[in-house]
Design a protein around this ligand. Sequence first.
Ligand code: K2U
Ligand code: ZN
Length: 174
Amino acid sequence: MPRLLQLALLGHPVLRQSAAEVADPGSVEIRELVDDMLFTMTDANGVGIAAPQVHVDKRVVIVASRPNPRYPDAPQMEPTAMINPEIIWRSDETCEGWEGCLSIPGIRGLVPRYKAIRIAYTTFDGTRVEQHFTDFVARVFQHEFDHLEGVSFLDRVVSTRDLMTEKEWLKRNV
Ligand code: K2U
Ligand code: ZN
């Protein structure tokens, strides 16, 4: 049975460090971590989550785009666990979008992200996979990858005037 994990909140040092590479992607430890991360993300209505957000210093993320009030056109995808992910190419073009974060409750920010990216990651069986993402899925991946580097979406907003409370944002965006 997967466990509901405690979320690290902004200010906790685990969110401000570079996470450690995973040595054994196929271990029971990593499979159980991913199960618990997925359960925790789903409970919080997230579209992604990174291991440092559940106090685990490992380079593991889950990307799970689905249509949601802010991004009704977001593609529905199978939640995908990515071990030791990296960005291997990115477009010059960027685009802005509103983001939230499970580790920064109650705040939304307008964040510029690369519009298209090519990524690589390892799966549980040790296979290295490459994928091309655009638009919202590219945004979610970049948000989660930032967590592995100790970066939050607050660090990416161009101006603090691009921040608002979730309550004010919901009045204007849903
Ligand atoms: O890493 C997290 O904190 C999960 C975020 C991921 C996210 C990435 C990019 C854009 C928005 C969110 C959570 O899913 S926060 C909940 C949420 C979901 C959809 C849109 C906005 C916020
Ligand atoms: Zn986040």
